[in-house]
Design a protein around this ligand. Structure first.
Ligand SMILES: [Zn+2]
Length: 278
C-alpha cells in the first residue's frame, strides 16, 4: 500500500470520508486508552468507524497497526484503504474536486426507524443530502474539537470569521459537518430515552436530511452565549451576520416561518456560493 502524509497547505488538512469509515489525519484524535495514545501519537492516519466512533487501525510509518480486534473484517475497509491510496491526488492545487458518497444505504436505515422518506420529503420539502468524500479542517469549534467543512465553506468561514473580528465581533463555530451516522446516533439515543420518532422529528431533521451532512452548513455562536438558542438573535454577532454573511456567500437556512416546518434557527448558516466581485 502506498500511503502519503497528510497534506498541509497552510492550516488545511483533510478528512477522507467513506461510507462506513472516516480516515482522520494524525494528531487530531484523542486516545481513549494509554495503549492507543502511544500509537496515535505516531499515526499518520487513523481509521475510525463512523457508526460508533471507535478507532479501527492506525497508519504508522512502518504500516498498519490494529486498534480493535478483528478490525480487518470491518465492512467498508477496502473502500477506506482505497481512499488512502488515491489521496491526495484530488487535493492538488486547482483540482480540489469534491465528490459525493452514495445515498442508497440510507433508505433502509430510514425504514428501520419507521420513517417514510417520500411522506417526509413531501411534508418538509427537504431532500436527502449526500456526504462529501473528503472534508477540510476549518480550525476548531468552541469546544476545541476539529471543525470539518466542505473546502469551499471552510475557506468562506475563515473569511467570515476574520471579517467579523476586524469589526470587533467574535464568531464561534458550534458545529460543522455531521455524518448520517451521527444523526442516526441522535435518534438512537433519544429513542433509548423513551422519545418516539415523530417527537424527535419535531426537533431534529431525519438522518440524511440535515444540511450539516454536506459540510456546507455550520452553527455559529458568540462567546458566553448558550449554543443553538433563539436568544442568539439578540447578540451583536447575529446583527453582524445579518448585515455581512450574505456578502461571504452564507445564508440563514431556517428563518421564522420557513416552509420546511423547522424551528427558527438564527445560529444555522449555509454556504451557497462564493461572494461575487465587489
Ligand atoms: Zn445547524
Amino acid at each position: 500500500m502506498h500511503v502519503t502524509q497528510p497534506t498541509m497547505r497552510g492550516r488545511t488538512t483533510s478528512l477522507l470520508n467513506t461510507a462506513d469509515i472516516e480516515v482522520w489525519p494524525g494528531g487530531l484524535l484523542r486516545a481513549r486508552a494509554n495503549h492507543d495514545a502511544r500509537i496515535l501519537a505516531r499515526a499518520q492516519w487513523v481509521l475510525r468507524r463512523k457508526r460508533d466512533g471507535r478507532y479501527l487501525a492506525a497508519v504508522l510509518p512502518e504500516g498498519l497497526m490494529p486498534l480493535l480486534p478483528r478490525w480487518n473484517r470491518e465492512s467498508g475497509l477496502d473502500e477506506a484503504l482505497d481512499a488512502l491510496d488515491v489521496h491526495p491526488g484530488h487535493l492538488r492545487p486547482g483540482i480540489e474536486r469534491v465528490g459525493e458518497l452514495p445515498l442508497h444505504r440510507l433508505q433502509e436505515r430510514l425504514e428501520a426507524l419507521g420513517i417514510d422518506a417520500d411522506a417526509y420529503e413531501a411534508r418538509t420539502g427537504l431532500r436527502l443530502v449526500a456526504e462529501p468524500d473528503w472534508l477540510s479542517l476549518a480550525g476548531r469549534d468552541r469546544y476545541r474539537r476539529p471543525l470539518w467543512l466542505h473546502v469551499d465553506a471552510a475557506r468562506a468561514w475563515a473569511g467570515l470569521r476574520d471579517a467579523a473580528a476586524r469589526d470587533g465581533v467574535v464568531l464561534e463555530a458550534i458545529s460543522g459537518y455531521r455524518s448520517h451516522d451521527y444523526q442516526l446516533g441522535i435518534f438512537e439515543r433519544k429513542r433509548a430515552r423513551g422519545l418516539d420518532v415523530p417527537a424527535i422529528l419535531e426537533v431534529n431533521a431525519a438522518p440524511g436530511y440535515s444540511e450539516h451532512h454536506s459540510g456546507l452548513a455550520l452553527d455559529i455562536g458568540a462567546p458566553g452565549e448558550p449554543p443553538a438558542e433563539e436568544s442568539f438573535e439578540a447578540t451583536p454577532a447575529f446583527a453582524w451576520l445579518q448585515a455581512h454573511a450574505g456578502g461571504h456567500g452564507f445564508g440563514m437556512s431556517y428563518p421564522r416561518g420557513n416552509p420546511h416546518g423547522i424551528v427558527y434557527e438564527p445560529w444555522h448558516w449555509r454556504f451557497h456560493s462564493p461572494a461575487g466581485p465587489d
